[in-house]
Design a protein around this ligand. Structure first.
Ligand SMILES: [Fe+2]
Ligand SMILES: [Fe+2]
Length: 312
C-alpha cells in the first residue's frame, strides 16, 4: 500500500480489510491455516504437472507440444511462488516437501485421475484450470499479502491455460467424428471431478467459516461452484459438446444453472488415497525428488563458493 498504516493489530487489519504482512503479529491458528492452504496449493501445482507431462512426448504437432510445455512449466513456476509465499510464514520448502512425500499434506484430488487421451489435455485446461481460476481470483484479495500477490500473476497464467484447453477442444470437436467423440469422452470424464475441486458442500465444510472471518476465503465452496457452472455451460455450447448431467437446466428465478447432485462419496475416497492414480503420483514425485538430489547439492555448493568469494 502506498500510504502509511493507521492500524496495526491483527484484528484491526482484518476489520479494515488491510493486508497482513510477514512482519505483523498474527494468531497461531491463522498462520497454521495459511501454511496448510498454501502448501496444499503449492503441492497441487507440482503434482499437477504429472497428468499433463504424460502427453508431452505424444503431442500431435510441434505447436501443440510447445504450448503444452509452456503450460507445464508455468505450473512449476506457480509451485515455486507458492512455496516462497509459505516460507514467509516460517516453514521451509524442504519441510513442506517432506510433508508431501510422507503423505502428511494433501494436494488437489483432481490430479489423481488419469489422462487417457490427447483430448484430456484440452479438458484439463478448459475445466480444471477454469475451476482453478474461479477459486483463485478471489484469493488475489486474500488478507495475507504474499499469498494474494502470488495469486495475481498465477491467475493471469491460468487464464492462458484455460483458453488453450478451450481452443484444443474446439479443434477436436470440429474435426473428424472420432476426434469429436474423443473430446466428448474427455469432458464426460472430467466434468464431475472438476465440480468436486471446490470442496465439500458448505454444510459439510469444516474450515470455511473461520477462513471467511479471517479474509482468507471470500466466497463459500457452493457459491464458487455455482459461479463455475454458470461460466462453463455456455462455453460447452460454444464447443459443440454436452456436459454429462441430465439435470442441468436454466433457472430463471435464480438466474443460474441448476445442476444434478454430486457424488461426494467418490471425492472422499480419492481424498483418502483410493483414487485411480494416488499411489503412482506420489511415488513419481518422491522418485523425481531423489533423482534431483545432485542438482540441489550442486546448486548449494555453487552458492557457497560464490558467497565465499564475495567475503574474500
Ligand atoms: Fe497453476
Ligand atoms: Fe494452470
Amino acid at each position: 500500500m502506498g500510504y502509511p498504516r493507521v492500524v496495526s493489530t491483527f484484528d484491526d487489519l482484518i476489520a479494515a480489510n488491510e493486508r497482513v504482512e510477514p512482519r505483523d503479529e498474527m494468531p497461531d491458528a491463522y498462520r497454521a491455516t495459511l501454511v496448510r492452504q498454501i502448501a496444499q496449493h503449492a503441492h497441487s501445482e507440482i503434482i499437477g504437472m504429472q497428468p499433463e507431462g504424460n502427453w508431452l512426448t505424444r503431442a500431435p504437432s510441434l505447436r501443440r507440444k510447445a504450448i503444452l510445455l509452456a503450460k507445464v512449466q508455468d505450473e512449476a513456476g506457480h509451485g515455486l511462488y507458492l512455496y516462497a509465499a509459505a516460507e514467509t510464514l516460517g516453514v521451509s520448502r524442504d519441510e513442506l516437501l517432506d510433508a508431501l512425500h510422507a503423505g502428511k499434506q494433501k494436494y488437489s484430488s483432481i490430479f489423481n485421475y488419469p489422462t487417457l487421451t490427447w483430448a484430456d489435455i484440452g479438458a484439463i485446461g478448459w475445466l480444471v484450470d477454469g475451476a482453478a481460476i474461479v477459486n483463485q481470483v478471489p484469493l488475489c484479495r486474500c488478507s495475507y499479502g504474499p499469498y494474494a500477490r502470488a495469486m495475481v500473476r498465477v491467475c493471469k497464467e491460468e487464464s492462458f491455460h484455460q483458453r488453450q484447453g478451450f481452443e484444443l477442444l474446439h479443434t477436436l470437436s470440429h474435426g473428424t467424428e472420432a476426434q469429436h467423440a474423443m473430446a466428448q469422452d474427455a469432458v464426460d470424464r472430467w466434468w464431475w471431478p472438476s465440480l468436486m475441486m471446490f470442496g465439500p458442500p458448505d454444510d459439510a465444510s469444516t474450515h470455511t467459516g473461520q477462513s471467511m472471518a479471517w479474509g482468507i476465503k471470500r466466497f463459500s465452496n457452493d457459491t464458487l461452484r455455482q459461479r463455475f457452472v454458470d461460466m462453463t455451460v455456455p462455453q460447452a455450447e460454444a464447443l459443440g459438446l454436452t456436459l454429462p448431467d441430465p439435470e442441468l437446466r436454466w433457472n430463471e428465478e435464480r438466474s443460474s444453472w441448476d445442476f444434478g447432485e454430486i457424488d461426494f462419496t467418490e471425492l472422499f475416497e480419492v481424498v483418502k488415497g483410493n483414487g485411480p492414480c494416488n499411489a503412482q503420483r506420489l511415488a513419481h514425485r518422491v522418485r523425481a525428488h531423489e533423482e534431483g538430489a545432485w542438482v540441489r547439492e550442486a546448486a548449494s555448493a555453487y552458492a557457497e563458493k560464490r558467497a565465499a568469494r564475495e567475503v574474500a
